[in-house]
Design a protein around this ligand. Structure first.
Ligand code: C5P
Length: 205
């Protein structure tokens, strides 16, 4: 069983993907981490401008060395969306994602283009959304809890900027697949959102 979960930043897709994967005992890949890791490598080498260097970083990415915690910052999300707009970077990460999805038991993948590009034949496609304000509020709380000195307005502006870049790019833009089911989590707590997501998965499998 392959479950594809897409949606914008802070929509709740990552949490839902983890919970669904645990529920079914399936491996889970947070594909945003791949782009974050590529961006981190580029920044460590001097900056994001060198397209060839970002493609090389994507080609040589090793999933087992990714340190998720170190890549969580808002700045890294922003940097990830810059390198993620490059077709060469996306192409270099295709094989790794396809291999992950091809595991015998199945898999849960979350990102922006899972249902449209990476796993167009997934058994279930969820498109998780929430209003920009609600997503900014969630991210603001999360960052505050980690001690980051940010304002709500800054977080909201970042979210809007990233939404725009991810939706407007020509390479695999963030768009809902025709056969995906939309789940708006704006007014749902985590448990309610999980119950709703699970009901969608169950109805489709
Ligand atoms: O989901 P996350 O916030 O970690 O993703 C960081 C960035 O990576 C996104 O803003 C997006 O530009 C990019 N991304 C992507 N395709 C995916 C997953 C993430 O372009 N499948």
């Amino acid at each position: 069983m392959i479950v594809a979960i897409d949606g914008p930043a802070a929509s709740g897709k990552g949490t839902l993907a983890r919970r669904i994967a645990t529920h079914y005992g399936l491996p889970h890949l947070d594909t945003g981490l791949l782009y974050r890791a590529v961006a981190a490598r580029c920044l460590a080498l001097g900056g994001l401008d060198d397209v060839g260097a970002s493609e090389a970083a994507a080609r040589t990415l090793d999933l087992s060395t990714i340190d998720a915690e170190a890549l969580r910052s808002a700045a890294m999300g922003e940097a990830a969306s810059v390198v993620a707009a490059r077709p060469g970077v996306r192409a270099a990460l295709l094989d790794l994602q396809h291999r992950f999805a091809a595991q015998e038991r199945g898999a849960v993948l979350d990102g922006r283009d899972i249902g449209t590009v990476i796993c167009p034949r997934a058994d279930v496609k969820l498109f998780v959304t929430a209003s920009p304000e609600v997503r900014a509020q969630r991210r603001f709380r999360e960052l505050g809890a980690r001690g980051a000195a940010v304002t709500f307005d800054d977080v909201l502006a970042d979210i809007r900027k990233r939404d725009e870049r991810d939706s407007q790019r020509s390479a695999a833009p963030l768009v809902m697949a025709d056969d995906a089911v939309a789940l708006d989590t704006s007014n749902l707590g985590i448990e309610e959102a999980f119950a709703a997501a699970l009901a969608i998965v169950m109805a489709r499998t």
